[in-house]
Design a protein around this ligand. Structure first.
Ligand code: HPA
Length: 270
């Protein structure tokens, strides 16, 4: 595993001029942020040695290198989900490779169902914390030397980055909400009873991704900032049928606002 990570990182290093310190993972329907990036180089996942290949509609599967907010960044357009059949080693492989390439700050985004009754469809939720409800832990197995065997998780989402996002949202007049993201394995969306249970657990939003990458990034000492786009509501009395197309449509609409926040944060990060 370590050898594969190093081989993949080496392959990339041989092909890119600059190694950025910041990376972005673009979630479902959020690939349009890629259009905001001044892309200098791109690698389809299929061309990268040992990289899994993305299978879901709405994920084109490219690793991008370019500039956003005046800084060099890399971006994963399309991620690997547990529900697709990948194991957690595969799901988190790109994060390990990016760490090997020198990433020290990671921006993650996803589409999620809101279970907080104060949320609206189209809200941007700054992820303050998460609940890992996935059936396999990404750090299961021999410990990686990037971090301790029993990692502390009290600040998985960097408080300073959260505060920066709040400030930028306020300055730009963008409505943001905050909350706890709960990751389920999917691929089913939730039944009304399940949404209710997750709310009782303390979740504000429910989705099928992000948490594995965040855990691995945190174990590597990478600072993490995450945003969920609320694409549907799992709130009693307001639950309607959810489809992947609907999720993508709702995600599409708020992308420019999310891009605005990401771009400005990247500009301000040292
Ligand atoms: N549940 C789980 N995953 C999701 C949802 C949802 O309601 N919406 C977007 N991704």
């Amino acid at each position: 595993m370590l050898a594969e990570i190093q081989q993949t990182a080496q392959w990339i290093k041989e092909r890119v001029a600059v190694l950025p310190r910041t990376a972005i993972v673009l979630g479902t329907g959020l690939g349009r942020l890629a259009a905001e990036i001044e892309v200098e180089q791109e690698f389809p996942y299929a061309d990268i040695p040992h990289f899994p290949v993305s299978t879901v509609e709405g994920h084109s599967g490219r690793l991008l290198f370019g500039r956003l907010g005046g800084k060099e960044i890399m971006a994963l357009e399309g991620r690997f989900h547990y529900y697709e059949g990948y194991d957690m080693k595969q799901v988190t492989f790109p994060v390990r490779v990016m760490y090997e390439l020198g990433i020290r700050t990671l921006f993650v985004s996803n589409a999620a169902g809101g279970v907080n009754p104060d949320f609206e469809i189209g809200d941007l939720m700054l992820i303050r914390d998460h609940i890992n409800f996935l059936p396999e832990h990404p750090l299961r197995g021999k410990n990686f030397p990037t971090g301790p065997r029993f990692p502390d998780m009290h600040e998985a989402y960097d408080h300073a980055l959260l505060e920066m996002a709040r400030t930028i949202a306020r300055e730009k007049g963008i409505r943001v909400v905050e909350g706890v993201y709960l990751a389920t394995q999917g691929p089913t969306y939730e039944t009304p009873a399940e949404y209710k249970m997750y709310r009782t657990f303390g979740a504000d939003a429910v989705g099928m991704s992000t948490v594995p990458e965040v855990i691995v990034a945190h174990h590597c000492g990478i600072r993490v900032f995450g945003v969920s786009v609320i694409t549907d509501l799992g709130v009693e009395g307001r639950i309607v049928e959810v489809s992947h197309e609907e999720v993508q449509r709702a995600a599409n609409e708020v992308q420019p606002l999310m891009a605005d926040i990401f771009r400005e944060m990247i500009r301000r990060i040292d």
